[in-house]
Design a protein around this ligand. Structure first.
Ligand SMILES: Cc1cc2nc3c(=O)[nH]c(=O)nc-3n(C[C@H](O)[C@H](O)[C@H](O)COP(=O)(O)OP(=O)(O)OC[C@H]3O[C@@H](n4cnc5c(N)ncnc54)[C@H](O)[C@@H]3O)c2cc1C
Length: 467
């Protein structure tokens, strides 16, 4: 990189940061793209990693590879700790703990969002959320480990505890997660287990509002609710999680307070802006909103700091939702603003969002979509959803790989190809009390051969027990 060129530091290689980087490909600038991970994460498909349908690499290509042909950018794996907007420096820490300062002429901050437990941060210990690849892998191992535990226990109550899955929050992520757990329990796993009938799993979706998919239109909400119920999901509306521990969750609803025994709680209820928003706001003398987002000007600059841009989930601008399209479009837009400035050209008009609609999958080849001013449900919506998600994945290899996995897991067989867990991994996810009531299974605990649906393809139970 040449010395003395205009220096752009971009914090975050997500939808906002990566699109800002790409839109500056033809600009006479040196870009430093810094992220605390080495990959660009396609969060909308995280739930499929959590369900063992996709491998992590398909939705998380290395940032270095994504920008390898863009000669004006270098990528760094470092944690951004703060900023000095007067000195124009970004403070970071390298993985070995060494500090690293990044000076800039233009700064773009696109740090995204994190979980919000609405002030009950201790819930995080009992109800992990899903924002990162590690989160999705953790949840996948956690869910699969519970089925393993259910196979080994001889106590009916304990088995029921292992087989009860509670997802808190019925937004798109919560709905997609329960849909996948229901498919695992009812379609994918039953023939793989000899002792436990995974179809007995109780899958519960809790929602504080009066409908599932709160951002969607009422017809789509009702359709989604009916579809989920037909898949065996119990939906508890107007229900708030008020307490939880490793063995239960307590729920407050119009019917009163109920404690549900469960070994698995998953948090899909709330988001808050990245803590970087507050750090930036403090430096700029601004206040963040209730969700921790920094306000920005109509051209995505931080007030009083024209050389500092903030975009995506961590900003509040025109009441835009915290989804991928605003981040992506803002990233492209500020590239134009910066290039116009460098060229001495007039500034582009303020940022204008183009709403391309919203979609969510409900389960096996089924989705709801609100796009082009129309509402779609079922397999047509699923087709639209699949097309859009494949199109926005980064890299043809990942697109083909994803389509292959979908064909394999959702069309030709109902299998999930990425179900690797280890003893150590399972141990971490099931907790210390899990060994009670476990025993070597006597033969009579195997599923009854009279139950034909419990017998695997071409494999009689009697045969498998003999081996
Ligand atoms: C499970 C899930 C499902 C979703 N599904 C959909 C969907 O179906 N449709 C849709 O439109 N949107 C969906 N979203 C929302 C969408 O992914 C976000 O709105 C979008 O990613 C926001 O882009 P961003 O650039 O603001 O942040 P991100 O894409 O989150 O990128 C932020 C980047 O900043 C990095 N970073 C954060 N802090 C630091 C730090 N201190 N130092 C260095 N790097 C840092 C992160 O590692 C990350 O790479 C979903 C989100 C989740 C979590």
């Amino acid at each position: 990189m040449s010395k003395g060129r205009h220096k752009v530091v971009i914090v975050g290689g997500g939808f906002g940061g990566l699109n800002a980087t790409k839109s500056l490909a033809d600009a006479d600038v040196d870009i430093t793209l810094v992220d605390r991970t080495n990959h660009h994460l396609f969060q909308p498909l995280l739930y499929q990693v959590a369900a063992g349908l996709l491998s992590p690499g398909l939705i998380a290509p290395a940032l270095r590879t994504v920008v390898k042909k863009q000669r004006n950018v270098r990528t760094l794996l470092a944690e951004v700790d703060g900023f000095d907007l007067d000195k124009k420096i970004v403070y970071t820490t390298e993985p070995d703990g060494e500090p690293l300062e990044l000076p800039y002429d233009t700064l773009i901050v696109a740090g995204g969002a994190t979980h919000s437990y609405f002030g009950k941060d201790h819930f995080a210990e009992f109800a992990p959320g899903m924002k990162t690849i590690e989160d999705a892998r953790y949840l996948r191992d956690a869910v699969l480990s519970k089925f393993e535990m259910a196979e080994m226990t001889t106590d009916p109550q304990e088995r029921s505890d292992w087989l009860t899955f509670v997802v808190i929050g019925a937004g798109p992520t919560g709905v997609e997660l329960v849909g996948q757990i229901a498919e695992l329990a009812h379609s994918v796993l039953p023939k793989d287990y000899r002792s436990v009938d995974t179809r007995q799993a109780r899958i519960i979706l809790l929602e504080g509002a009066g409908a599932v998919l709160p951002p969607f239109k009422p017809e789509l909400q009702q359709w989604a609710q009916k579809k989920l119920e037909s898949m065996g999901v119990e939906i508890h509306l107007n229900s708030l999680a008020v307490d939880m521990d490793h063995g239960s969750i307590t729920v407050k609803s119009p019917n009163g307070i109920e404690t549900i025994r469960t070994r698995t709680r998953i948090w899909a209820a709330g988001v808050a802006a990245s803590p970087l928003a507050k750090k930036l706001a403090d430096q700029a003398g601004l206040e963040v909103d209730r969700a921790g987002r920094i306000p920005v000007n109509p051209d995505c600059t931080v007030d009083g700091r024209p050389e500092v841009f903030a975009i995506g989930d961590m900003v509040s601008l025109n009441k835009l939702p915290g989804v991928a399209q605003p981040a992506l479009q803002e990233g492209k837009y500020i590239g134009k603003v910066i290039k116009a400035r460098l060229a001495g050209a007039p500034a582009p008009a303020p940022f204008k969002y183009f709403d391309k609609g919203s979609m969510a999958t409900i389960g096996y080849r089924s989705a709801v979509a609100d796009a082009f001013g129309r509402k779609f449900t079922g397999i047509i919506a699923w087709g639209m959803w699949s097309f859009v998600h494949v199109a926005y994945l980064v890299g043809w290899g990942n697109r083909f790989g994803t389509m292959y996995n979908w064909l394999r897991g959702m069309i030709f067989t109902k299998n999930r190809g990425h179900r690797i867990i280890t003893f150590e991994g399972a141990q971490r996810r099931v907790g210390p009390e899990s060994t009670k009531n476990r025993a070597i299974l006597p033969p009579e605990t195997f599923k009854s051969p009279e139950s034909p649906e419990s017998i695997g393809d071409g494999e009689k139970l009697g045969e498998s027990t003999r081996s």
